[in-house]
Design a protein around this ligand. Structure first.
Ligand code: FMN
Length: 209
């Protein structure tokens, strides 16, 4: 009987060893997506299907925005030659050149509105002081949606670093009053870093500082 139990244990151990290495799994719940997202800076070079890109952009547009202005605009570059030409010259260019797509999250810095308290006046172009908060919310949604789909992405800085945004603005023909807030390469991950543990209770002040 003892021999039988040992043989069965050996058999199940061998069966477990024969299983293929576990592929990284797409997270399943919203909280899981948030807690396991991490910046991905290396991709396989595979294209990202249009349908997935649209899902990611739809998530971006689902973000909140001040008085629901939705000032975001997205420039999506999937052409590999163009990605190299526009984004391949800076720090760690492989972040971009191995991505399947690069999403430039832009914001309209002005908005057409009636002057406050003058409902009959014509609309005027006014500064939209909340554009970068709105677009930051959209950018985070994009990162989370990419991760939820099993893709990788990283937020790379644009606005207000003029030296970063000017060449991109020029190369992609982005109008002057629209600013690139960040540049997000998206692709099939070629790395699987551990999400960072950022839980710091000392950053919380309950009831008052
Ligand atoms: C405003 C902002 C600018 C960033 N700029 C860059 C960048 O230019 N290059 C880069 O590799 N990562 C950039 N990141 C990504 C951060 O380095 C990354 O989020 C941070 O190290 C935390 O790691 P995690 O995203 O894996 O949690 C930026 C993130 C933010 C929010």
């Amino acid at each position: 009987m003892k021999k039988l139990i040992i043989a069965a244990a050996m058999a199940s151990l061998l069966a477990a060893c024969a299983q293929p290495a576990q592929e990284p799994q797409a997270p399943s719940s919203a909280l899981d997506v948030i807690m396991t997202r991490t910046s991905i800076r290396a991709f396989t070079g595979e294209p990202v299907p249009q349908e997935q890109l649209e899902t990611i952009l739809k998530a971006g547009m689902a973000a909140p925005s001040a008085i629901n202005i939705q000032p975001w605009k997205f420039v999506v570059v999937t052409d590999q030659e163009k990605i190299k030409e526009v984004f391949g010259g800076g720090w760690r260019p492989e972040m971009f050149t191995t991505a399947g797509a690069v999403i430039v999250v832009c914001g309209e810095t002005t908005v057409m509105r009636k002057p406050s308290g003058q409902p009959d006046a014509p609309e005027q172009e006014q500064p939209n002081i909340f554009w970068y908060e709105d677009c930051s919310a959209a950018a985070e949604n994009i990162l989370l949606a990419a991760h939820a789909l099993g893709l990788g992405a990283v937020w790379t800085a644009g606005y207000p670093a003029e030296e970063r945004i000017a060449p991109i603005q020029e190369a992609l023909g982005i109008p002057e009053k629209v600013k690139p807030l960040c540049i997000i390469p998206v692709g099939v991950p070629a790395e699987n870093p551990e999400p960072k543990d950022k839980w710091k209770p000392e950053n919380i002040h309950w009831e008052k500082w």
